[in-house]
Design a protein around this ligand. Structure first.
Ligand code: IVH
Length: 669
């Protein structure tokens, strides 16, 4: 291909990809499959690599990230990014309305949800996204354009004509609940403290240095205002419509209201309905609709006079701390937990709250016997927000984080860059040992029936097991002599252990508990390396070649296999007959390409197949499993008891919904 041809093809591909992206993210429909889209994108990326002079900043290839930013450039906002004054009551809203009326007469308002993420300013020059800047101190913010380009609902280029030469939009970048929960599940799998809330997770993600990692986190953005030197729209609601037409994602939750009563109605409705939205919200924003009146009302030093935020009350209660105890996890991380005098809060009784780590105790400046406020935002686990200083006991001592392990007294250590303190005694500290065994037997890992945490503790106490390999040497005679063990329970335990030898390699790999190797990563590793020996001997470079394996995971794997005890553990497991390689059947052999380019979601319970069996059949026949229902999905295979929300979404997006029988027909076609 010569240069001219390359340029033409790059332009053509960009146009096609922009079109399909817009269709998918703004109109929730699609005309081509994921596979076709990815193929076109791959062609574009390859051409841009070969002809870098034709790579443009608005190329659809920029969505995949990959740019590493060491330091974000500081940018001065053309229009300062103000904040809103907050209210918490109906009477304050009435006062706001009175103030507005007094200045400019009766007005119409727009009520919107107050999205709880990170404020972002996006500048478009000639229809192309040129800068994405954080709020910063309101005057200057950080240029995070590379990261923001990975958000697929933000247009890199406006596709319609008659676009103003320059304009700015503001919106809230957020991490959808679903993604937030997935990240936390993965962190839990690998023994890491969960992220506190979606807002922190979003702001942390926006400031990541590697935009490739940002791309994987699937941030999203709701746009809520349009700024121009001279307004072309009469009202804010007209501007929102315009934004939507230009391809921005604008939440449909806004409403034009002409009286305070209507505003209150809106609040009452959304204070419950907000939990059905895909993201966290912490209030509503009330804005004067007429843009000329907005200008007339102007602003104070900090916030506009034409808008106000009504914040949902986080339910709060105050209660004394009875004690702080420390839990040692399987990784040795020591977590402080506050035992509280039981208190009723948002429908449940709260008795305990995590204090996360030493930094949190310091932040709260916690003293013995302090009364604390616990808060539940409705969506997040209870959290201690602050101390009620008026109730502090005079001369009470500050609570100091432990210096030694509460179980084995080893001196605690801190790993650079981590908030947790660790007990380094992984061979002698009971909860680390039993914790590793509990992790091993859990359902997602070896799935050993008949054993629970209590049994493990008992077996460990009786010195019958000290690592996971010892499970496989347990005998009938050893178990039958234990308290509470009858013939039946012994048989159950032994059968469960025996059956676990059939557990697939990927689950074994997760079960052995290498740091950062959660269930998903373990599966990727198993498929890529096929057996434990190749994984054990893989260099860091070789590990980095595997899909989705980054430096942190690679190093952790190298470290795990550098420890002699771990090698011995693997050898013992191998001798016991635990699967440390993919079985014949698991090395996925292509049977056909009948589903090539087709994506599937499987949901519900089926008569003939397990869900995993269906997935395997799809992959073996060239198809792909998608993680969620989107406009690009080809088929939803629906079994019994599937969630109504999923079904409704699929129907709305016109996805083909097929039964188990229809799936078989498709397969045999
Ligand atoms: S309008 C003058 N609309 O709330 C500020 N802000 O305290 C005008 N926010 O930093 C902002 N949802 O990040 C507006 N629908 C919405 C919003 C919203 C969330 C955030 C925004 C801003 C903060 C203001």
């Amino acid at each position: 291909m010569n240069k001219n041809e390359a340029l033409l093809r790059i332009q053509e591909l960009s146009k096609i990809l922009h079109y399909h992206n817009n269709l998918y993210y703004q109109k929730d429909t699609s005309e081509i499959s994921d596979f076709e889209f990815d193929t076109l994108l791959a062609e574009l990326i390859a051409l841009e690599k070969q002809f870098p002079e034709y790579l443009t900043t608005d190329s659809p290839s920029q969505r995949v990230g990959g740019t590493i930013t060491k330091e974000f450039a500081s940018v001065t906002h053309k229009y300062p990014m103000l904040s809103l004054s907050n209210t918490y009551s109906e009477s304050e809203i009435r006062e706001f309305d009175e103030r507005v009326k007094k200045s400019v007469g009766a007005v119409e308002y727009v009520c919107e949800m107050k999205f709880d993420g990170v404020a972002m300013s996006l500048t478009y020059m000639n229809g192309i996204l040129s800068h994405a800047v954080t709020r910063g101190d309101g005057v200057r913010g950080d240029d995070v354009t590379h990261n923001i380009k990975t958000i697929k609902s933000i247009p890199l280029k406006i596709q319609t004509d008659n676009i103003p030469a320059e304009f700015e939009v503001r919106g809230e970048v957020y991490l959808p609940y679903e993604m937030f929960e997935r990240i936390n599940q993965e962190r839990e799998d690998i023994g890491e403290a969960p992220l506190a809330n979606p807002r922190n997770a979003a702001s942390g993600t926006v400031k990541m240095q590697d935009s490739g990692v940002v791309a994987k986190r699937s941030l999203d953005c709701f746009i809520y205002s349009l700024l121009q030197d001279s307004t072309t729209q009469p009202t804010h609601s007209a501007a929102l419509k315009q934004l939507k037409e230009w391809g921005f994602r604008v939440s449909d939750s806004y409403k034009v209201c002409s009286s305070v009563d209507e505003i209150i109605e809106y609040i009452n409705h959304w204070s419950e309905a907000r939990f059905n939205l895909p993201l966290a919200t912490d209030g509503i924003v009330i804005k004067v609709n007429d843009l000329h009146l907005q200008a007339e009302l102007g602003m104070t030093a900090k916030s506009p006079r034409w808008a106000i935020a009504y914040k949902f009350k986080a339910e709060e209660a105050s209660t004394p701390i009875i004690s702080v105890e420390y839990q040692v996890g399987r990784t040795g991380a020591v977590t402080p937990v506050a035992n509280l005098k039981p208190v009723h809060l948002a429908g449940t009784t709260v008795k305990r709250a995590t204090l996360h780590n030493a930094n949190e105790i310091e932040r709260l400046d916690l003293h013995e016997g302090d009364t604390v406020f616990v808060e539940k935002g409705g969506e997040i686990i209870p959290k201690i927000t602050r101390v009620d200083l008026s109730k502090r006991i005079p001369n009470s001592k500050t609570i100091e984080f432990l210096k030694n392990c509460p179980i084995c007294s080893s001196h605690l250590i801190r790993i650079e860059g981590e908030a947790a303190w660790y007990c380094p005694n992984d061979k002698g500290c009971a909860p680390q040992i039993t914790g590793k065994i509990e992790h091993f037997i859990q359902r997602k890992a070896m799935n050993i029936d008949g054993i629970g945490s209590e049994t493990i503790e008992l077996l460990y106490k009786k010195e019958l097991i000290k690592n996971v390999a010892d499970l496989y040497t347990l005998t009938y005679d050893q178990l039958i002599n234990l308290d509470r063990f009858g013939e039946k329970s012994v048989t159950n335990v032994l059968n469960g252990i025996e059956a676990s030898k059939q557990t697939p390699f990927k689950s074994v790999l997760f079960a052995i508990g290498i740091r950062y190797v959660g269930a998903t990563v373990a599966e990727k590793l198993a498929v890529h390396f096929k057996n434990i020996e190749s994984l054990q001997h893989a260099s860091e470079e070789a590990l980095l070649q595997a899909p989705e394996i980054g430096i942190k995971i690679a190093q952790s794997i190298r470290e795990w296999f550098s420890i002699e005890d771990n090698i011995q553990l693997i050898n013992k497991l191998k001798e016991s007959g635990v699967k440390l390689e993919l079985s014949e059947g698991e090395i996925i052999k292509q049977e056909s390409d009948i589903f090539s380019g087709k994506s599937f979601v499987i949901s519900g319970v089926f008569e003939k197949y397990e869900r995993d069996e269906l997935k395997e059949i799809i992959i073996k026949n060239g198809g792909k499993i998608s993680s969620g229902i989107t406009g690009k999905l080809d088929y939803l295979v629906a079994g019994d008891n599937m969630g109504p929300a999923k079904l409704e979404k699929a129907q709305k997006l016109n996805i083909k919904i097929i039964s188990e029988a229809e799936f078989e027909t498709l397969l045999n076609a």
